[in-house]
Design a protein around this ligand. Structure first.
Ligand SMILES: *Cc1c(COP(=O)(O)O)cnc(C)c1O
Length: 462
């Protein structure tokens, strides 16, 4: 089995995931798939009580039999059983992973990695990096550590330009939050470390704030992985950026269903993207759709996604083709695409009635806002990755902190809407979207069957 254990983890934490007795031979050599690892890694029946689910270990301190003689835990900031189990699970889920650190938030994971660079480091970042990361680099690390950051437009730069920006001592750190370890395996593509906001897909239920750093198996090309792990762990303990025991336990419970959720997030998001691209544009409700898994919407990245960026386990699932039945809920199922995460963005069309057009003159985001305040399945809220659908206006919400010029350069206009597609029934999701879009753009009341035009001057949302 794949069981990534920290070098200093006592052997009592090795996994016994078979139905056989714990002294039966060779469970460690059985290969296990992504879904099996998610459920069984570091989730062992309690040896004292037989409880199938490990207890939550709330104690902050641990008894020593003699000075320095203990069962591997001293004080909860340094290590805690629930955190250790969850870290072992993370290292196993992120393909190519050897060890993991769980942290108080995704932001603290980013800060810890940047902290570990020391003074006057250089950072090369994508220009559309998570806003909190850009904020930490430009408004904190630049002052406290003299870190210098170059923001690169990776989408439009040539391979030569990108290669020329790298310096030999650069380490590659990838934020894999949006795709989750199910769809993308950056460590297998050469990343030196991966960070996650566990808050999003890995916990998946919008009730835990947590982050993680995952390091690769040491190899000739990654000789420093163990030293880096030790340096980050030392720094984490010194800074105290640790998650609580209860949150670690909850996040491990959430991660057990990561595979089930990500498959449905992906098939639902693909169906939503197809629906917006064909019916949405056909009805004049939508101008542009962005989903990297749909060939006709992906700004030219579909082949890269399909041929190179999928994790091995997502590729096996997609190659089997068993998800197509779900995606054919889209009105145009011959439109080539694959599930690739649950995030879909689109530009809502300009309104068609005079009064709605008038409203956009005073507030260009009013059409988007009418849509966002009239969906029932999608909740207007920041964040992403939970089982429930969320929708938001990046220009005023998640990306509201960016300077206007930066927002415009990234295409974040007042008509751009971001959906975190949930795992609800796809039929209900599509009806919810069409109903809210018809209301926002055409002023039309539509219940999925009939439709009637709202009074022309009725511009407030229902
Ligand atoms: C949310 C998020 C973060 C920050 O994580 P928190 O858990 O909110 O601190 C970092 N990167 C990405 C891509 C995110 O979506």
């Amino acid at each position: 089995m794949v069981s990534a254990v920290r070098p200093d983890t006592p052997s009592s934490h090795s996994n016994d995931t078979t139905a056989a007795t714990s002294d039966s031979a060779a469970p460690l050599s059985l290969p296990q798939g992504f879904g099996t690892r998610a459920i069984h890694t570091a989730s062992n029946a309690n040896p004292e009580t037989g409880a199938v689910i490990p207890p939550i270990s709330l104690s902050t301190t641990y008894k020593q039999d003699a000075i320095g003689v203990h069962k591997g835990f001293e004080y909860t900031r340094s290590d805690n059983p629930n955190r250790r189990d969850f870290e072992e699970l993370l290292a196993s889920l992120e393909a190519g992973g050897k060890s993991a650190l769980a942290l108080a938030s995704g932001s603290s994971a980013t800060a810890l990695v940047i902290n570990s660079l020391g003074p006057k480091a250089h950072v090369l970042s994508v220009n559309d990096v998570y806003g909190g990361t850009a904020r930490y680099l430009t408004k904190v690390a630049s002052f406290t550590q003299g870190v210098e950051t170059t923001f690169a437009d990776l989408e439009n730069a040539s391979d030569e330009e990108i290669a020329a920006s790298f310096r030999p001592q650069h380490q590659n750190c990838l934020d894999n939050t949006f795709l989750s370890p199910f769809y993308s395996s950056p460590l297998l593509l050469g990343a030196d470390l991966v960070i996650h906001s566990i808050t999003k897909y890995i916990n998946g239920h919008s009730d835990v704030l947590m982050g993680a750093i995952i390091l690769p198996q040491p190899s000739p090309s990654k000789p420093d992985a163990v030293t880096l792990d030790q340096r980050l762990r030392f720094l984490q303990n010194a800074v105290g950026a640790v998650p609580g025991a209860y949150d670690s336990w909850l996040a491990q419970r959430g991660a057990k269903t990561l595979q089930l959720r990500m498959k449905t997030h992906g098939t639902n998001a693909l169906a939503v993207a197809r629906f917006l691209q064909t019916r949405g544009r056909g009805l004049g409700l939508v101008d542009e759709v962005i989903y990297p898994g749909l060939a006709s919407t992906s700004r030219g990245h579909y082949r890269l996604v399909r041929d190179h960026l999928l994790s091995p386990h997502a590729r096996r699932w997609i190659d089997k083709g068993v998800w197509e039945g779900v995606s054919s809920h889209g009105p145009n199922s011959e439109d080539e695409g694959i599930p690739f995460g649950g995030m879909v963005s689109f530009r809502i069309a300009h309104p068609t009635t005079p009064s709605l057009r008038q409203a956009t003159l005073t507030d260009p985001s009013s059409t988007a806002e009418r849509f966002l305040t009239s969906t029932h399945i999608f909740t207007l809220a920041e964040s992403l990755g939970g089982v429930e659908g969320l929708a938001e206006l990046p220009a005023k919400m998640t990306h509201g902190g960016l300077p206007v010029e930066a927002r415009e350069a990234l295409g974040i206009s007042s008509s751009l809407i971001r959906l975190s597609v949930g795992v609800e029934d796809i039929e209900d999701i599509l009806v919810d979207l069409e109903r809210a879009l018809r209301w926002a753009v055409h002023g039309e009341k539509w219940d999925g069957a009939s439709s009637s035009k709202a009074p022309d001057d009725d511009v407030v949302s229902d």
